[in-house]
Design a protein around this ligand. Structure first.
Ligand SMILES: [Zn+2]
Length: 194
Protein backbone atom coordinates (compact mmCIF):
# COMPACT_ATOMS: atom_id res chain seq x y z
CA UNK A 1 0.00 0.00 0.00
CA UNK A 2 1.31 3.45 -0.85
CA UNK A 3 2.58 5.46 2.15
CA UNK A 4 0.23 8.41 1.55
CA UNK A 5 -2.80 6.13 1.38
CA UNK A 6 -1.67 4.25 4.49
CA UNK A 7 -1.18 7.50 6.36
CA UNK A 8 -4.66 8.72 5.45
CA UNK A 9 -6.20 5.46 6.60
CA UNK A 10 -4.28 5.61 9.88
CA UNK A 11 -5.47 9.16 10.55
CA UNK A 12 -9.05 8.12 9.86
CA UNK A 13 -8.81 5.05 12.04
CA UNK A 14 -7.61 6.98 15.10
CA UNK A 15 -10.44 9.46 14.76
CA UNK A 16 -13.71 7.53 15.06
CA UNK A 17 -15.71 10.62 14.14
CA UNK A 18 -14.03 10.64 10.73
CA UNK A 19 -13.89 6.87 10.27
CA UNK A 20 -17.61 6.31 10.70
CA UNK A 21 -20.15 8.11 8.55
CA UNK A 22 -23.07 9.83 10.29
CA UNK A 23 -25.40 7.19 11.66
CA UNK A 24 -22.77 4.49 11.22
CA UNK A 25 -22.57 2.01 8.37
CA UNK A 26 -22.86 -1.70 8.97
CA UNK A 27 -21.34 -4.31 6.67
CA UNK A 28 -24.87 -5.07 5.50
CA UNK A 29 -25.36 -1.44 4.55
CA UNK A 30 -22.14 -1.27 2.58
CA UNK A 31 -22.88 -4.47 0.65
CA UNK A 32 -26.62 -3.89 0.06
CA UNK A 33 -27.74 -4.13 -3.57
CA UNK A 34 -31.48 -3.40 -3.23
CA UNK A 35 -31.14 -0.63 -5.79
CA UNK A 36 -30.22 -3.09 -8.54
CA UNK A 37 -33.02 -5.64 -8.99
CA UNK A 38 -31.88 -9.18 -9.73
CA UNK A 39 -34.00 -9.37 -12.88
CA UNK A 40 -32.01 -6.49 -14.34
CA UNK A 41 -28.58 -7.74 -13.34
CA UNK A 42 -29.29 -11.29 -14.51
CA UNK A 43 -30.95 -10.23 -17.77
CA UNK A 44 -29.35 -12.18 -20.63
CA UNK A 45 -28.33 -9.06 -22.54
CA UNK A 46 -27.32 -6.92 -19.56
CA UNK A 47 -24.06 -5.32 -20.73
CA UNK A 48 -20.80 -5.82 -18.86
CA UNK A 49 -17.83 -3.59 -19.67
CA UNK A 50 -14.15 -4.40 -19.24
CA UNK A 51 -12.31 -1.12 -18.72
CA UNK A 52 -8.69 -0.12 -18.35
CA UNK A 53 -7.53 2.87 -16.29
CA UNK A 54 -4.23 4.28 -15.10
CA UNK A 55 -2.65 3.66 -11.72
CA UNK A 56 -2.64 7.36 -10.88
CA UNK A 57 -3.29 10.70 -12.49
CA UNK A 58 0.13 10.92 -14.15
CA UNK A 59 -0.20 7.66 -16.00
CA UNK A 60 1.01 4.06 -16.29
CA UNK A 61 -1.75 1.77 -17.31
CA UNK A 62 -2.94 -0.71 -14.70
CA UNK A 63 -2.04 -4.28 -15.68
CA UNK A 64 -5.51 -5.47 -14.86
CA UNK A 65 -8.91 -4.45 -16.16
CA UNK A 66 -12.10 -3.87 -14.19
CA UNK A 67 -15.59 -5.09 -14.93
CA UNK A 68 -18.40 -2.53 -14.81
CA UNK A 69 -21.93 -3.86 -14.59
CA UNK A 70 -25.35 -2.25 -14.60
CA UNK A 71 -25.21 -2.49 -10.80
CA UNK A 72 -22.17 -0.21 -10.71
CA UNK A 73 -23.84 2.24 -13.09
CA UNK A 74 -27.05 2.32 -11.06
CA UNK A 75 -25.10 2.98 -7.86
CA UNK A 76 -23.22 5.85 -9.47
CA UNK A 77 -26.25 7.35 -11.21
CA UNK A 78 -28.58 6.99 -8.23
CA UNK A 79 -31.39 4.96 -9.75
CA UNK A 80 -32.30 2.34 -12.28
CA UNK A 81 -33.93 3.88 -15.33
CA UNK A 82 -34.55 3.35 -19.00
CA UNK A 83 -32.14 6.15 -19.87
CA UNK A 84 -29.27 4.40 -18.10
CA UNK A 85 -29.99 1.07 -19.75
CA UNK A 86 -30.43 2.45 -23.27
CA UNK A 87 -27.28 4.58 -22.91
CA UNK A 88 -25.20 1.64 -21.70
CA UNK A 89 -26.41 -0.58 -24.53
CA UNK A 90 -25.80 2.16 -27.12
CA UNK A 91 -22.28 2.82 -25.82
CA UNK A 92 -21.55 -0.91 -25.73
CA UNK A 93 -22.22 -1.04 -29.48
CA UNK A 94 -19.83 1.88 -30.02
CA UNK A 95 -17.12 0.39 -27.81
CA UNK A 96 -17.24 -2.89 -29.71
CA UNK A 97 -16.19 -0.99 -32.83
CA UNK A 98 -13.54 1.20 -31.16
CA UNK A 99 -12.05 -1.52 -28.96
CA UNK A 100 -12.23 -4.85 -30.81
CA UNK A 101 -10.21 -6.52 -28.02
CA UNK A 102 -13.15 -5.88 -25.68
CA UNK A 103 -11.29 -3.59 -23.26
CA UNK A 104 -12.46 0.02 -23.09
CA UNK A 105 -9.59 2.43 -22.48
CA UNK A 106 -11.14 5.09 -20.24
CA UNK A 107 -8.15 7.37 -20.73
CA UNK A 108 -8.58 7.54 -24.50
CA UNK A 109 -12.15 8.67 -25.10
CA UNK A 110 -14.11 11.79 -25.80
CA UNK A 111 -17.87 11.81 -25.87
CA UNK A 112 -20.78 14.01 -26.85
CA UNK A 113 -24.04 13.35 -25.05
CA UNK A 114 -27.37 14.99 -24.44
CA UNK A 115 -27.89 16.97 -21.26
CA UNK A 116 -29.90 14.11 -19.79
CA UNK A 117 -28.91 13.18 -16.24
CA UNK A 118 -29.27 9.52 -17.14
CA UNK A 119 -27.47 9.31 -20.48
CA UNK A 120 -24.87 11.90 -19.46
CA UNK A 121 -23.96 10.08 -16.24
CA UNK A 122 -23.71 6.77 -18.05
CA UNK A 123 -21.45 8.28 -20.71
CA UNK A 124 -19.21 9.92 -18.11
CA UNK A 125 -18.83 6.75 -16.05
CA UNK A 126 -18.18 4.40 -18.94
CA UNK A 127 -15.89 6.59 -21.06
CA UNK A 128 -13.94 8.36 -18.31
CA UNK A 129 -14.58 11.61 -20.20
CA UNK A 130 -14.91 14.72 -18.03
CA UNK A 131 -16.70 17.98 -18.71
CA UNK A 132 -14.08 19.93 -16.76
CA UNK A 133 -11.30 18.47 -18.93
CA UNK A 134 -13.17 19.29 -22.11
CA UNK A 135 -13.58 15.65 -23.06
CA UNK A 136 -17.29 15.34 -22.32
CA UNK A 137 -19.32 17.70 -24.47
CA UNK A 138 -23.00 18.38 -23.99
CA UNK A 139 -25.20 18.93 -27.02
CA UNK A 140 -28.71 19.90 -26.02
CA UNK A 141 -30.02 18.94 -29.46
CA UNK A 142 -29.12 15.31 -28.75
CA UNK A 143 -31.76 12.91 -27.45
CA UNK A 144 -31.07 10.44 -24.65
CA UNK A 145 -29.32 7.36 -26.02
CA UNK A 146 -27.66 9.50 -28.68
CA UNK A 147 -23.86 9.81 -28.56
CA UNK A 148 -20.75 10.63 -30.53
CA UNK A 149 -17.81 8.66 -29.21
CA UNK A 150 -14.21 9.28 -30.24
CA UNK A 151 -11.06 7.31 -29.58
CA UNK A 152 -8.60 10.17 -29.07
CA UNK A 153 -5.40 8.29 -30.08
CA UNK A 154 -6.75 7.20 -33.46
CA UNK A 155 -9.32 9.90 -34.10
CA UNK A 156 -11.78 7.13 -34.89
CA UNK A 157 -15.21 8.63 -34.30
CA UNK A 158 -18.66 7.16 -34.46
CA UNK A 159 -22.22 8.06 -33.66
CA UNK A 160 -24.58 5.73 -31.88
CA UNK A 161 -28.22 6.45 -31.32
CA UNK A 162 -31.35 4.77 -30.14
CA UNK A 163 -33.85 3.66 -32.73
CA UNK A 164 -36.85 5.88 -31.81
CA UNK A 165 -39.25 3.15 -32.92
CA UNK A 166 -38.31 0.94 -29.98
CA UNK A 167 -39.15 3.56 -27.33
CA UNK A 168 -42.40 2.65 -25.54
CA UNK A 169 -45.12 5.19 -26.41
CA UNK A 170 -46.58 5.02 -22.89
CA UNK A 171 -43.28 6.04 -21.30
CA UNK A 172 -42.86 8.86 -23.79
CA UNK A 173 -46.38 10.15 -23.08
CA UNK A 174 -45.84 10.03 -19.33
CA UNK A 175 -42.53 11.89 -19.61
CA UNK A 176 -44.18 14.56 -21.73
CA UNK A 177 -46.90 15.00 -19.12
CA UNK A 178 -44.41 15.43 -16.27
CA UNK A 179 -42.21 17.78 -18.28
CA UNK A 180 -45.25 19.96 -19.07
CA UNK A 181 -45.45 20.83 -15.38
CA UNK A 182 -49.06 19.70 -15.10
CA UNK A 183 -48.83 16.46 -13.18
CA UNK A 184 -49.71 14.85 -9.87
CA UNK A 185 -47.59 12.81 -7.48
CA UNK A 186 -49.38 9.71 -8.87
CA UNK A 187 -47.97 10.59 -12.29
CA UNK A 188 -44.46 10.41 -10.87
CA UNK A 189 -45.21 6.98 -9.37
CA UNK A 190 -46.71 5.81 -12.63
CA UNK A 191 -43.59 6.88 -14.51
CA UNK A 192 -41.50 4.80 -12.11
CA UNK A 193 -43.72 1.78 -12.65
CA UNK A 194 -43.54 2.08 -16.43
ZN1 LIG B 1 -31.88 8.05 -14.72
Amino acid sequence: MRMSVLLTLLILSVNPALAQPPGGASVAATTATWYAPKWVIDAPHAPVFQVRDTLHKYGRYADKTKAITLKDLIKFHGHLCGGLVEASVALKVGFEVLFPDGVVDRTDLRVVSSNSACGGDTAAYLTGARTRFGTHYIDTSFKGGDFIVQQVSTGKTLRVRRNPAIYPAEVKAQMKKIQSGKFTSEDIDRFGTL
